[in-house]
Design a protein around this ligand. Sequence first.
Ligand code: AMP
Length: 396
Amino acid sequence: MLNKKTVDDINVKGKRVLVRCDFNVPLQEGKITDENRIVAALPTLKKLIADGGRLILCSHLGKPKGPDPSATLAPVAERLSQHLGKPVKFMDDDAVVSDAVRAAVGAMADGDVMLLQNTRFRKEEGKNEEAFSKDLASIADLYVNDAFGSAHRAHCSTVGVTNFVETSAVGYLMEKELKFLGNAVENPVRPFVAILGGAKVSDKIPVINNLLGKVDKLIIGGGMAYTFFAAQGYGVGTSLLEEDRIEFAKEMIAKAKEKGVELLLPIDTVVAKEFARDAEHKTVPSSAIEPGWMGLDIGEKTRELFTSALSDAKTVIWNGPMGVFEFPNFAKGTLALAQKLADLNATTIIGGGDSAAAVNQLGYGDKMTHISTGGGASLEFLEGKALPGVVAVQDK
Ligand code: AMP
């Protein structure tokens, strides 16, 4: 159970509250294309405003290596202001914290909201260097971390700053993410089924390893399944294959047997002539992929196998699509699982990143119990790792 201080445990009236949000939203030509992360931050912000805090918000956006106008948080300030129904003063300052920012903070009234410029404009941020951590702490009486999507990184704004403020707490989004993911992994109602897909085995090695000790069934699809095919001695044509992970796949097949975990792999696969939206394609048994063909989705028999394996599930965690869902011809496997999860009477949790995008894009977002806002963070959580951004917050 979460033993960290939360926003319900702190008194913010008249105080300067530095809130680390996850406003790392996708932008196209300066326009926000998906504002889920902004919406997800609102409960904490509304609570702190109602309690009379003076809110100084910070976040990173994208991967700038210093000041970069294309990574400005200005569009976020505008959208956020519309959602909150009040002005959000944007401090467009490459230093993020400067004398001008200090002066503006000094002039804030209770309930005011300010957004600092992208924390990655400061080179110290990614290295968790003291100078920027101290700068951030210098404008705050309290610190709240609600950025689950960045909790796996030890940066100034997620970790370093906590060393220089008196009080730190997690926000509601962080609390919710940890509750859903934590309960699912540590205290699941069984049967507990994990579905793993996506492009690469190498990205998911620690997840597979950790989950094999916890789940009742593990379903593997997507590009990573072909390395498991190779481990069984099948040819995989031009499908994604990580030769140096074949041994690992063999070990995991053995580990599943040893632990009594049912490991389900695709029994048939949709193969195509090339990686393209309208590529010529057909369905073949997993053991019969011919040279020159590449697997881009699970086949129909596998859809049946996987969906019926989910029928009695009471807790499901899903990370990674079953195929190249971006191309409609190869989205059927991912779609079938999303539909199945939507109809299940179970706790259904979707890892962030591509899985969340797939479920939302296919229209099943609101049918899931919880969609994580953090791709990398939720994966590291499933690996069983402690998240630095959570560890750094004070205990109750
Ligand atoms: P990940 O970020 O590892 O979860 O991978 C997600 C990506 O994997 C998506 O963009 C999918 O298009 C891709 N993907 C899933 N299955 C396959 C496959 N069989 N071959 C190539 N790419 C795949």
